[in-house]
Design a protein around this ligand. Sequence first.
Ligand SMILES: Nc1ncnc2c1ncn2[C@@H]1O[C@H](COP(=O)(O)OP(=O)(O)O)[C@@H](O)[C@H]1O
Ligand SMILES: [Mg+2]
Length: 363
Amino acid sequence: MKELLAISSQFALNGAPIEVKPLGEGFINDTYIISTNADSYLLQRKNKNIFTNVPAMMDNIEAVCNHIKAKVAARGGDPMREAMTVIPTHDGKLYYQDEQGEFWAVCLYIKDNLTYQSACTPELAFQGGKGIGMFQAMVSDLKTPLTDILPGFHNIRYRFQQWDAVLAKDPVGRKASVATEIAWVESRREEMLRFWSLVEDGTIPTRVTHNDTKINNILFDQNEEVLCVIDLDTVLNSTCLNDFGDAIRSYTNTGLEDDENLDNVTMSMPIFEAYTRGYLSQTSCFLTHAELEYLAFSAKYITYEQVLRFLMDYIDGDNYYKVKHKEHNLQRTRAQYKLLSSIEEQFDEMRSVVERVSKEYSC
Ligand SMILES: Nc1ncnc2c1ncn2[C@@H]1O[C@H](COP(=O)(O)OP(=O)(O)O)[C@@H](O)[C@H]1O
Ligand SMILES: [Mg+2]
């Protein structure tokens, strides 16, 4: 506590820090609430295993927050509640590095918020889509280039380089036992590379994306309306489709990511439609024809990437994802492939939903 108070006092808070309490909901960073006699703040120790360039990450966050604040102010909203506010240190830095080399950052705590841990109803899925859509719409004209703090993220060409290397090495001798699963990945290689080449050649534009679209990264007000999107650690320049696809991958799964019973795992069309509706209610005016054309495909792309990553980690000897048992990554591969198959089976309908809803919200 004494140490956390000392760290807190490095930042330009309104009032002296009185108390620092852990807030136990995040998975990536260690999060605390600082109270002064005037305000509350969120203190985070950034996970330096995942984020290797915290100064650049904080510059990205600041650029995005300032842009959103200006937008909120212009529409007569409250920039202190409808956007994150990064608090600098007394010497004007956006982070503090302690003697152990750990990076700390502070933002204003937005009071009287509601959060949800999962979106299991169409109503919540709609709100989730609306939240990410609002975020993307507000930053759609942000010109400042962001630093790519997660190189290769959702880039299937990069994943295939890793994949080919791991398969060539077969470090723990598991490759022969997963020939069927390898064929799942290989049979779609060209299709996925074709899509990614559209991003590479600019047919599908690169914009500001969030890259962690879980519903618990959206704050709601007491009327259950979207306040703002938080957890901006992963903002970078990529295609908006990756945010959409990743949200669909997680929101619509009727089972678990590592479900043992594959019958549980399907892509829920009502949740897909609700998320799409919320998302397009905010984005249909700026998304290009090419983006709308590939919106449904992005769910296939991101789910496929996850199949590849789970299987690659299994073949590599379980170095990346934490496993509870020897076959855990294989179990995840099969469950994720079941989801991919369900998306593929319903793909025509997903495309029709996008077409219908985008017409409803066309400007
Ligand atoms: N500015 C904020 N105001 C209020 N609560 C917040 C704010 N930022 C984060 N939180 C709360 O803290 C939790 C963890 O923060 P988050 O930045 O999402 O960390 P992690 O990267 O570990 O997920 C969030 O799910 C949310 O409940
Ligand atoms: Mg979070």
